[in-house]
Design a protein around this ligand. Structure first.
Ligand code: FBP
Length: 285
């Protein structure tokens, strides 16, 4: 064991790996002959990015566990301090059409499954025209640009703009519960709001962080827990958006207050400006 901060080491490793992951997508746009623990067909790139991050993150001093949306079993490591949970390639179905994707990470100080209150840091990489990272720790959010292993700060103390501009909601409209559909109509009818939906949560949530607004992948009629995973997506996104002055909700409470029962639990996810999330919770009551 060393005295170095394992959280810093993990984040530095993810940031350095991101440009490599981006380059490695070329030639890995096909499907793998496998499903992830949630029953979804994996892309070759999902499996490859997961193995790359597992190798690098599980060998860092201080890391007790590596867990990923792409593997059913947690990798137990030699140390006992922090757990790293990742979605190695969020939105990998966008590979075929060459659209935005991301990598999401949450760093917990408890073994999984853990509540959001056990997070000590979280963040995401966005593979857009530029590779960027948004990172939350100790209640503040920082945005970086990543090039060739280098990390450059582009904005500190990032907060959601006060006037919400963008909205994006996942799932098929006919599958939305009536109360959620009515809420969406209210959001859409405001002339100040614009639809922004790209099919990769990180792309859509990053628009909310940049312009203000709301992103949701709600409960669906036939899937009351929605689609997104609590440990790998819900908690890390909620932690960052709350650190940026916004709110998260599973429809009733902050996502960070949801009690997990299993590593691959799903959660209805709603994040954005506090007043829009307050109104959402009123609408879903
Ligand atoms: P993956 O992590 O398996 O890529 O799924 C997550 C995701 O792609 C989100 O990024 C996105 O918001 C959502 O699923 C889109 O799902 P759908 O295509 O069902 O609307």
């Amino acid at each position: 064991m060393t005295d170095a901060d394992p959280v810093d080491d993990v984040v530095a490793t993810i940031a350095r790996s991101a440009t490599e992951i981006r380059q490695g997508l070329v030639g890995r746009r096909g499907k793998a002959d496998a499903e992830n623990p949630s029953g979804e067909t994996q892309a070759e790139a999902d499996v490859w990015a997961d193995e790359l991050l597992a190798d690098r993150l599980s060998s860092i001093d201080g890391v007790a566990q590596y867990a990923s949306e792409e593997r059913s079993d947690i990798v137990d490591c030699e140390d006992d301090r922090i757990t790293v949970a990742v979605d190695p390639l969020d939105g990998s179905s966008n590979l075929k059409s060459n659209n935005t994707m991301g990598t999401v990470f949450g760093i917990y100080d408890e073994p999984l499954p853990a509540p959001g209150s056990a997070l000590v840091a979280s963040g995401w990489i966005l593979y857009g025209p530029i590779t960027t990272m948004a990172y939350a720790r100790d209640g503040t959010v920082t945005k970086y640009e990543l090039t060739g292993g280098e990390r450059t700060v582009v904005e500190e103390d990032v907060t959601l703009p006060e006037d919400p501009l963008v909205y994006g909601f996942g799932g098929r409209v006919p599958d939305w519960p009536d109360d959620f559909r009515e809420y969406v109509r209210e959001i859409e009818s405001n002339p100040d709001h614009k639809l922004r939906y790209g099919g990769a949560m990180i792309g859509d949530v990053n628009q909310v962080l940049t312009y203000g607004g709301i992103f949701a992948y709600p409960a669906l009629e036939d899937s009351p827990r929605g689609k997104l995973r609590l440990q790998f997506e819900g908690n890390p996104i909620a932690y960052l958006i709350e650190a940026a002055g916004g709110r998260s909700s599973d429809g009733r409470q902050s996502i960070l207050d949801v009690d997990p029962t299993d590593v691959h639990d799903r959660v209805p996810l709603h994040v954005g400006n506090a007043d829009l999330i307050d109104r959402l919770e009123d609408a879903l009551e």
